[in-house]
Ligand binder design. Structure first.
Ligand code: FEO
Length: 410
C-alpha cells in the first residue's frame, strides 16, 4: 500500500476503491463503490470488515505492508454479505491466529461461506465490549439493516462508529472523507438510503434509538465516504426519513370463513394495520352486498382477500367478488391472499390466481425476498387451522411489510 489512509491514531482504511460499473442488487452502480475495511493497530491488531471477494488477494497483500498477518488477533465481521466478508477466507488463511468476531446469526453463515468450521469465533451481542489492547470495541445489533445478522461496531475511545452498510454511499472516490469530497454527497447518500435502508425503516428507527446516546465523532461505513464533518446531520437524515408519517392510506380485509379461523386471521391483519397507523376496514363478503364490497375495493389502497378451504375450493361469496376484480381498474393498489386450511389450502392458491389476473400488485414471497432479503414473510398467508403465536407473528410481519410498501408510495 503506497499511501496510508488514517482515520485516527492507529486506525487505517485498508479497503478497495472499485471504480468499475459495479453490478449490485440487480442494478449497476454507475459511480462505482468502495469496500471500506479498517485496521486498528492496537496491542491486539483488529480488522473490521473486509472487501469484495474478487479483491481478496490484493487486500491481504496490502494489509501485510502495515501488520504482520499472524499478529492479527481479531477480525470483526459486521455483515456477512460478500462485498464485505468476501476476503475473509483469504485473510483467515494468513491471519491464522485471529478470532472471528460476529453476531450469533452470522456464525453459521461465515462457517459455510468460507469453510471456517474449525475456526475460533467470538459471538457478540447488544452492548458487549471487547478489549483489543488500548481500545475498546462495543457491539450493537442492527437486525435487518439490511440483513438479519448485521451489527455495528463502535470504537469507544476514538468515538468512531463502524456501521458497515448503514450510513454508506455508493461512490468510488479517492478522497475517502466527506469533507474532502469534490462535490456535495447528499444525493448519493440519500439515494443509497432509499435503495438499501428505506424498505427496513422501522429497523432504522430501532438503530437510531440504540446509537442515540453514543458520542459519535466519525462514521466509518463500508461503502463510500467516511463521515467526519457534520456527522449528526447524516444521522438525522436517516432518522427523519425513517419516521412514521401521517398518511391517508386505507387497507381493506375481505374474508369468507367456515369455522371462524379465517376470520381470526383477518382480525389480526386489521389490528396490525391499525397498529401501523393505517386505517383498515374488515368485511365478511357473505354478509355485505357485492356492490358495497366492490365499492370498498375501489376506495382501498391495499386489499387482502381471505377464504377458508372446503373441498379444495374457495367458500361462500368470495369467488363472485374475485371474478369481478379483473374488470376493475385497480392499478397502483396492493392485493394479497390469505386463509386457514386443514389439509392443503387450495383456496388460498385459487384466490392468488384470481389476484394475478387482476391489475393489482400481488404480494408474493419471491418479491419480498428479492426486495428486502427478509425470509420470514410469506405471501400468500397460509395458516393451518387456527393461527398460533408463531403464525400471529408472521402475519404481523406480512402486514408490516405491506404498510411499508404503502408508506413508500407517498
Ligand atoms: Fe454492502 Fe449488504 O452489502
Amino acid at each position: 500500500m503506497n499511501k496510508k489512509i488514517m482515520l485516527s491514531k492507529n486506525i487505517y482504511w485498508v479497503g478497495k476503491v472499485d471504480d468499475r460499473d459495479v453490478p449490485f442488487h440487480r442494478l449497476t452502480l454507475t459511480k462505482g463503490t468502495t469496500y471500506n475495511s479498517y485496521l486498528l493497530m492496537t496491542e491486539k491488531p483488529t480488522v473490521i470488515d473486509t472487501v469484495d471477494m474478487i479483491y481478496g488477494r490484493e487486500f491481504v497483500e496490502n494489509l501485510k505492508s502495515i501488520v504482520e498477518l499472524e499478529k492479527i488477533e481479531y477480525i470483526v465481521i459486521n455483515h456477512t454479505e460478500p462485498d464485505h466478508s468476501g476476503a475473509l477466507g483469504s485473510l483467515a488463511a494468513k491471519a491464522k491466529n485471529a478470532v472471528i468476531v460476529c453476531s450469533r446469526l452470522a456464525v453459521e453463515q461465515l462457517k459455510e461461506m468460507y469453510k471456517l468450521h474449525n475456526r475460533e469465533f467470538l459471538v457478540v451481542g447488544d452492548g458487549d465490549t471487547l478489549d483489543i489492547g488500548g481500545k475498546t470495541l462495543k457491539f450493537i445489533e442492527t437486525p435487518y439493516l439490511h440483513t438479519s445478522e448485521t451489527m455495528i461496531t463502535y470504537s469507544v475511545e476514538d468515538k468512531i462508529l463502524f456501521p458497515c452498510d448503514i450510513f454508506s454511499t455508493h461512490v468510488a472516490n479517492y478522497e475517502y472523507f466527506n469533507d474532502m469530497a469534490k462535490e456535495d454527497i447528499s444525493d448519493d447518500y440519500i439515494g443509497y438510503y432509499k435503495l438499501i435502508m428505506h424498505p427496513h425503516r422501522r429497523y432504522v428507527q430501532n438503530m437510531i434509538e440504540k446509537i442515540r446516546n453514543l458520542d459519535i465523532k466519525m462514521i466509518a461505513p463500508s461503502h463510500g465516504y467516511i463521515l467526519r464533518e457534520n456527522v449528526q446531520s447524516f444521522i438525522d437524515i436517516y432518522d427523519n426519513m425513517s419516521k412514521n408519517i401521517e398518511i391517508d392510506k386505507k387497507a381493506l380485509i375481505l374474508y369468507s370463513t367456515m369455522t371462524g379461523r379465517t376470520k381470526k386471521i383477518a382480525t389480526i391483519i386489521k389490528e396490525e394495520f391499525e397498529n401501523q397507523n393505517i386505517h383498515s376496514e374488515i368485511m365478511d363478503v357473505n354478509k355485505i352486498s357485492k356492490e358495497e364490497v366492490i365499492k370498498a375495493i375501489t376506495e382501498a389502497d391495499a386489499i387482502f382477500f381471505g377464504s377458508s378451504t372446503k373441498y379444495a375450493d374457495i367458500i361462500g361469496n368470495m369467488e363472485d367478488v374475485l371474478k369481478d376484480i379483473s374488470t376493475l381498474n385497480l392499478e397502483g393498489k396492493i392485493g394479497a391472499a390469505f386463509g386457514s386450511y386443514g389439509w392443503s389450502g387450495e383456496a388460498v392458491e385459487v384466490v392468488q390466481d384470481y389476484l394475478r389476473d387482476s391489475k393489482l400488485k400481488v404480494l408474493n414471497t419471491s418479491d419480498v425476498i428479492k426486495s428486502t432479503g427478509m425470509i420470514d414473510i410469506e405471501f400468500p398467508i397460509r395458516i393451518k387451522f387456527s393461527p398460533s403465536d408463531v403464525n400471529e407473528k408472521s402475519i404481523k410481519s406480512a402486514v408490516t411489510y405491506t404498510a411499508d410498501l404503502l408508506l413508500s408510495t407517498i
